[in-house]
Design a protein around this ligand. Structure first.
Ligand SMILES: [Fe+2]
Length: 224
């Protein structure tokens, strides 16, 4: 598996977009774009990627959630490459296939499991490859350095499940990936979330973020 973070201009606020390819060129491997972002530089970046002869550069798109900074270019990506678009919910126009917790999808040459991680938004998912220990997490807040804030029970259960996995690399929706100490960081985050839950509000009355097109409000359970 090859994970290629797509370029961004730096002039537009956008999420990361990751192109996942097989370890070598093979018609059966699925060129997959995880999130599409907002920055049109994406298209030049995709054209430069070694996606294989005779294959579409983008054979499928998977959205980690429906926030605008992860999805704005979706109509243009669909028009250009005609991929199926997978997401947990039909939060944005263009989603063709819904995926549920525990379902599997092939990205590149690897099988990934969908893990529903509500909290940042109700439709947030992570994607995990057991073979490589690779986790795409979107904006699910996985690095929580201190207690405080509010977390819904569903998020805590999801974080508990993530802590049981052998995570060796985390690709975030914003910022650089983490390749060392992932399990330790996840367990520390869970500890802080449990402390927050024990000493703070029992749960959020509403899901933070939700399905919407505009910029999210400031949240305690994660970034945008
Ligand atoms: Fe978000």
């Amino acid at each position: 598996m090859r994970v290629i973070a797509q370029r961004a201009s730096g002039n537009i606020y956008t999420s990361n977009a990751y192109l996942v390819l097989g370890s070598w060129s093979h018609l059966g491997y699925v060129n997959t774009l995880v999130d599409v972002g907002c920055d049109p530089v994406l298209f030049a970046s995709l054209e430069d990627a070694p996606t294989g002869v005779g294959k579409s550069r983008v054979e499928q798109v998977i959205l980690t959630h429906g926030h605008y900074d992860h999805c704005t270019l979706l109509p243009a990506v669909v028009e250009l490459y005609r991929p199926p678009v997978f997401a947990f919910a039909r939060c944005v126009e263009g989603v063709t296939n819904l995926v549920g917790d525990g379902e599997t999808l092939y990205l590149g040459d690897r099988r990934f499991t969908v893990i529903h991680t509500p909290g940042h938004t109700e439709d947030s998912i992570c994607l995990f490859s057991e073979q490589d220990g690779v986790l795409f997490c979107g904006d699910t807040p996985l690095i929580i350095n201190s207690p405080g804030g509010s977390y819904e029970p569903g998020f805590i259960r999801a974080l508990e499940r993530l802590c049981e996995l052998d995570v060796r690399s985390i690709y975030f929706g914003h910022g650089k990936p983490l390749h060392e100490g992932c399990g330790r960081r996840l367990r520390l985050s869970l500890e802080n979330v449990r402390l927050s839950f024990a000493h703070g509000p029992r749960h959020l009355e509403r899901t933070v973020g939700g399905c919407r097109r505009g910029p999210p409000a400031a949240v305690s359970a994660g970034q945008s």
